[in-house]
Write a new protein. Structure first.
Length: 209
C-alpha cells in the first residue's frame, strides 16, 4: 500500500505544480467548440441548473480523451492545420453525441466546481483497466524525479518538465486527464489503491528445475 501511495502522491505533483500544460490546459488551447451538427446539439443539452447526467459526463470524458492530443499546441498551428484540427474536434463531438456548448461548459465548470470534478474523476477510473494502471505506475516512476524540485524551478525549467511529462505520458499510452484522475482518486479510494499496489508487484513466475 505504501508504494501505491507514493506513486499517487508523485502523480498529484503534476496538478499541484501547475504542470497541467500537458493536461487540462491543452484542451483550453483548443478553439471553443461553438458549431456542430444539429444531431449532436440535440443529443446532449446542459440542464438549466448546471447539473449534468451521467450520460453527458461519460460523453464528455470520451470526447475529451480523443480531443486532447489534437488540441495540444493548437495556438501554434498554421491556419490550414487549425481548420483541420477544428473539423476533427467537431467530428469527435458528433461521434460521442456531446454538443459543443455542453462540452465547453463542463470543461469550465470542472475548474471551479469540486463536486463536478470529483464526479468526472470517479467516472474516469470506474472502468479503468489493469493495463492503464500499469501504464500509470510506469509513467509515475519516470515523472516523480522530474517533479522533485519544481518548487524552485524557473519558468523555463517548468516548461521543459511539462514537455518531458507529456512525452512520458504519450510513450506509456495514458492521457493526462486519466493519469491525474487515477492519482487523485487513489488517495481516497482504497480499492483503487489496492489495484495499483497489485499491478506494481512483479508477477510470480514458477522456477524451472
Amino acid at each position: 500500500m505504501r508504494s501505491s501511495k507514493l506513486l499517487a502522491v508523485s502523480a498529484i505533483a503534476l496538478c499541484a505544480a501547475g504542470l497541467t500544460a500537458c493536461s487540462s490546459t491543452a484542451t483550453n488551447d483548443a478553439p471553443a467548440a461553438t458549431a456542430s451538427s444539429s444531431s449532436s446539439a440535440a443529443a446532449a443539452v446542459a440542464d438549466t441548473d448546471g447539473q449534468y447526467t451521467d450520460a453527458q459526463l461519460q460523453a464528455f470524458i470520451a470526447a475529451r480523451r480523443d480531443i486532447e492530443p489534437i488540441s495540444q499546441g493548437f495556438a501554434e498551428l498554421a491556419p490550414d492545420a487549425r481548420a483541420q484540427a477544428s473539423t476533427r474536434i467537431r467530428e469527435i463531438m458528433d461521434r460521442n453525441q456531446v454538443n459543443p456548448t455542453t462540452y465547453d461548459a463542463i470543461q469550465r465548470q470542472i475548474g471551479t466546481d469540486q463536486a463536478l470534478a470529483q464526479r468526472v474523476t470517479q467516472m474516469q477510473v470506474a472502468t479503468v483497466t489493469d493495463e492503464k494502471l500499469r501504464a500509470f505506475v510506469a509513467a509515475s516512476r519516470e515523472i516523480q524525479p522530474l517533479t522533485a524540485n519544481l518548487a524552485t524551478a524557473s519558468e523555463a525549467e517548468r516548461e521543459q518538465v511539462s514537455t518531458q511529462i507529456g512525452a512520458i505520458l504519450s510513450r506509456h499510452n495514458i492521457d493526462s486527464n486519466l493519469y491525474n484522475a487515477i492519482a487523485v482518486e487513489a488517495q481516497s479510494n482504497q480499492a483503487l489503491a489496492a489495484r495499483i499496489a497489485a499491478v506494481t508487484q512483479p508477477s510470480a513466475t514458477p522456477q524451472g528445475d
